[in-house]
Each structure stands twice: as C-alpha cells, then as structure tokens.
Design a protein around this ligand. Structure first.
Ligand code: SAH
Ligand code: SF4
Length: 377
C-alpha cells in the first residue's frame, strides 16, 4: 500500500551469494573473489551498516551497491533489560513477523540465545514457545541478523565507541558464545541453521568457533548424525525425563523417537569425546521429574556418554500448567548428579523478570490461514 519495497540486505549472505549479487550488478567475474573478500570483512568483521565506509571498494561500485542493496538488520521493536543485565529484543523481520533474541552477560563471557523459527511445530507442555503455532522457518540471513543486531546494540564491534547505546562497560560487551535455544526447533530448519552456523564460525568473519556454538534439540533423532557431520557444533539435548511415559507427555516428539533411540544417536554423535561433551538439559518440575530416584536414574542413563548435565529451574509463564521444584529439592537432585561427577549442574535462571528465561519466549506473530493470505493479497 504505497510502501516502497525495502532493499534486500547483504547481511547474512554467504560468499557465493555475495558473488551472485555482484554478478547481477555487472561486476566482472575475475573481480568476484577480491570484492567478496572485501565485503565479507566489512560486513562480518567490522559490522558495517553503510557502503560508504568501504573505502577500499571503488566509489562507483559502492554507489551501485547502495542503490540496490542494504546492510540492514532485523528491526528492534522493543528492548528490555533485566535487573540481572540480561537483555531481550523483540525483533521485526521484513514481512512483519516477530522473533525474540536474548543476550546473557556473564563474568568473562557473553551468551547470545537466538531463534531458529517463528513459533514451533512441537508442543512441549512446559514451553511457552510451544503454545505458538509455527509461522515459518527463519532464513540463514535472519538467523545471522540476530547476532549482527546484538553486536550493534552491545557495541561488540572493533573500534566501537565506549559510550555506545547499551551503556555497558567495555569488558562486558562480548558475544563469546551462541546458543540455538530461542524460539523453534533448529533441526526442523536444518539447512538454514547449518548455513548460518557456517557463516558465524567462519574464521575470517564473525569467528565464533563451532566449539562455542550449541544447538539444542528436543530430539529429532534422524537429524542428529547429519548435524554432527554437516555442522559439527556442540549439542544439547532437551531430555527432561528418564522414563518414556513421562517424556511422552512433556516432549511429545518422544512418542516418535523414544529415549533409547535418542541416547543411541547421542552415543554416536560425531566427534564426541570428554573434551566435546553433549549437554543434557533437564527442566525441574515440582513433583513430576524431580525425585532423588529420578536423579539416580538420570546418571545411570547417561553413564557411558561424555555428558554435562544442566538442571533448569522451570520458568513459569502465564497459564503454565507446572510449578518449579522447590529449591531444596533441586539441591537434593543436584547433589546426586554432583556426586556422579558432574560439576555445577544447575543453570541459574536469567532474565525471568522480562520473560527472557528458557522457554518463556513467544511472539505475537500468528500463522495466517491460506484464505486470509489470499484475501489480503
Ligand atoms: N527447541 C529446542 C530449543 C529451544 S528450547 C529444544 O527444545 O531443545 C531451549 C531449552 O529451554 C530447552 O531445553 C527447553 O526444553 C527449555 N525450556 C522450554 N520451556 C522451559 C521453561 N518454561 N522453563 C525452563 N526451561 C524451558
Ligand atoms: Fe519447541 Fe523446544 Fe519449546 Fe519444545 S521446548 S515446544 S521443541 S521450542
């Protein structure tokens, strides 16, 4: 309705995709390698948001680039800052759909929790995102855009000015780790998430190594070996129960791929070793999965797998059907896990006051019916 279509962003594109764009502008093929390397560095090392600063690229080409393309990131709808320093952004994508991204600063490191889908097709009963139907998969560019945007906001580019908008002290402005633990099931958006991880871990670009990228899955068993081979990041498994009967209820995908199949896939995860362990996430639900018996069963179950255990206090959301285990019970549970040799297993909830903690993310985007789409088109 009279709104000019916004220019396509180059942010989040791979090298071959950038070469395609240059070709479309008529840049001769013999120049592609060099021009792509320049763009790559400006975009992913320097965080350029403007073609004008790319002084090693001829002015004429810069002009052409600016005429046809942009370096935009997803647009911030709201930014919330928790009392513990956690930040949550509600981001709007080019089609108006919304996602959430969370930054968690910690002593000496900073973790960015990114989304892979708008909503989720799965319906884990304790997860807020699970109450939002899947709208669509994110593109690789939108997955990377979340990191670019976060770096902008916290001033995590070389040469960023000390009085950047975040007001964070310089040392605290660092995204050292990325976790695919936001909205969505990343293994159901395999190709885009894999392509995004390749760009994020590229040593000449954003340079966040695969050892510092963790993909969390609810257990899409057939995709686990493929992920190990094609992407090779760290892996986290949303286990949450030690018996199929209960896991069927909490993580319904378990009916398709039960605990035994899931753990077999984990045992065979490429590159698994004591230095590269799988994280098992276990949400603490009062009276359901938090007994000392459950804790013992958990360590038995994982006995032969190089593993870390991450106990997550349940984060409530409006209308959630569960309660978080009492702190005393979490401690008892953790003690069993600790004695079995797993260090500091409890994840401290971050950003609860702004609904930024695990499982609290949800955006208002809803899936339009085909008929509505047709009507508005
Ligand atoms: N879909 C993927 C990744 C996103 S969820 C997955 O399920 O693994 C990230 C983690 O938060 C998962 O371990 C998930 O089980 C957990 N989680 C979901 N809802 C939660 C809640 N309300 N409280 C605590 N953890 C929750
Ligand atoms: Fe989807 Fe993960 Fe939430 Fe389950 S826990 S509904 S897989 S986002």
């Amino acid at each position: 309705m009279g709104v000019a279509p916004s220019k396509e962003t180059l942010v989040g594109l791979s090298r071959p995709e950038l070469a395609e764009k240059l070709a479309a502008l008529g840049v001769p093929e013999r120049q592609h390698r060099m021009r792509v390397a320049q763009l790559w560095s400006w975009i992913y090392v320097r965080g350029a948001t403007d073609f004008d600063i790319m002084t090693d690229i001829a002015k004429e080409l810069r002009g052409q680039l600016a005429e046809h393309f942009a370096l935009t990131r997803p647009e911030i709808v709201t930014e919330q800052v928790s009392v513990d320093g956690t930040r949550k952004w509600l981001l709007r994508l080019h089609d108006g759909k919304e996602i959430e991204t969370v930054y968690i600063p910690e002593e000496g490191r900073g973790t960015l929790c990114i989304s892979s889908q708008i909503g989720c097709t799965l319906t884990c009963s304790f997860c807020h995102t699970g109450t939002q139907r899947l709208v669509r998969n994110l593109t690789a560019s939108e997955i990377i855009g979340q990191i670019m945007l976060a770096r902008d906001r916290i001033g995590d580019w070389p040469g960023a000015v000390p009085d950047d908008p975040s007001g964070l002290p310089q040392g605290d402005r660092k995204i050292t780790n990325v976790v695919l633990m936001g909205m969505g099931e990343p293994l159901y958006n395999f190709d885009n998430v894999r392509d995004a991880c390749a760009i994020v871990s590229d040593g000449e670009g954003l340079s966040i190594s695969k050892r510092r990228i963790t993909l969390s899955t609810s257990g899409i068993v057939p995709e686990i070996p493929r992920w190990g081979e094609e992407a090779g990041t760290m892996l986290a498994i949303s286990l949450h129960a030690v018996r199929d009967e209960l896991r069927n209820e909490l993580v319904p995908i378990n009916r398709k791929w039960p605990i035994k199949d899931l753990l077999d896939a984990c045992r065979n995860y490429p590159g698994l070793s004591n230095a590269k362990r799988i994280t098992f996430e276990y949400v603490m639900l009062k009276g359901l999965n938090d007994s000392v018996e459950d804790a013992k069963a958990l360590v038995r179950l994982l006995a032969k797998i190089p593993a870390k255990i991450n106990l997550i206090p349940f984060n409530p959301w409006p209308g959630s059907p569960y309660e978080c285990s009492d702190w005393e019970q979490i401690e008892k549970f953790a003690e069993v896990v600790n004695r079995a040799g797993y260090a500091s297993p409890v994840r401290s909830p971050r950003g609860r006051d702004i609904m930024a903690a695990c499982g609290q993310l949800k955006s208002a985007s809803i899936k339009q019916r085909a008929s509505q789409r047709l009507a508005s088109a």
